[in-house]
Design a protein around this ligand. Sequence first.
Ligand SMILES: NC(=O)c1ccc[n+]([C@@H]2O[C@H](COP(=O)([O-])OP(=O)(O)OC[C@H]3O[C@@H](n4cnc5c(N)ncnc54)[C@H](OP(=O)(O)O)[C@@H]3O)[C@@H](O)[C@H]2O)c1
Length: 295
Amino acid sequence: MRILITGSNGLLGQKIVKLCLERGLNFVATSKGENRNPDCPSINYLSMDISNSQEINKIFQFYYPTHVIHTAAITNVDYCEDHIEECQVVNVEATRLLFEASKHYKSHFQLLSTDFVFDGEKGNYEETDEVGPLSVYAKSKVDGEKILINDEFKDWSIVRTIIVYGEGHNLSRSNIVLWGIEALQSGKELTIVDDQFRAPTWADDLAWACVEVVLRNKTGIYHIAGPEIMSVIDLVYRIADHFGYSKNQIKAIHSNTLNQAAKRPPKTGFNLQKAYREIDYRPHTLEQTLDLLKK
Ligand SMILES: NC(=O)c1ccc[n+]([C@@H]2O[C@H](COP(=O)([O-])OP(=O)(O)OC[C@H]3O[C@@H](n4cnc5c(N)ncnc54)[C@H](OP(=O)(O)O)[C@@H]3O)[C@@H](O)[C@H]2O)c1
């Protein structure tokens, strides 16, 4: 087994690298530019811009991956709204290039996707539920998924997930839990939406699930998230409780007062039965992960 990881400088990519090292799996980690993950040995790292077909081909020719875990993407939802073409190139066309290379080399192809593929009216989504993207980012992820779903080559998996959190090195963006801890600690006022519901996902649990899908030769769509659906403001309240910060500094607001470029689905969250059943997924509770962050 030879695993090619894209986006290894990102939060999830770093956790997958960590897991591969712990399990002694053969892997090559790739990201655009320098390796920013000090835990990733330089011998395992190659620079690869996923929008560059020559770079992709060179690495496939060199490494002959049996499996590709494709985490790289433009993940800033509001940025995508204002950079439609760039989002299309990186999230859709680059996925096509990587999938075509995987087909050529008969490698399993795993694509990371999102709860934002849904419109957020129903919540607790199953893998078979119909998609209804509300933003440019969400549409780009749906289009990426369709490249796989509509192809005759069926050795692929799609792992959809929901606000991913945890610690990483030199990340280009933070995540809600780390941001919440820092903001609460600083004592400043936090305005948090009380009308969006999510199941926050511990990055290490997600990495475990991505690798497990690959190791068990599973194909198709998998919903992987935290075990509990909660409002975003409840998430921040629970962080405050856990770390002993005052909740008085947290102010509730509605999404429509935020003026964010991209529209967000009000209520997501996943039904995790398939993951429980097929890969023995057992995610940590929020409080367990906050304990781990405390340490
Ligand atoms: N984070 C979430 O809450 C969340 C929720 C649902 C789904 N997902 C999906 O899960 C996956 C992993 O998310 P994440 O949290 O690990 O995201 P992340 O921390 O933003 O990592 C994504 C990585 O992709 C890299 N990248 C961007 N453009 C690239 C290119 N042209 N070539 C090579 N690498 C490129 C970025 O590089 P730089 O670091 O240099 O910018 C970054 O390291 C993504 O596909 C995302 O859509 C994430």
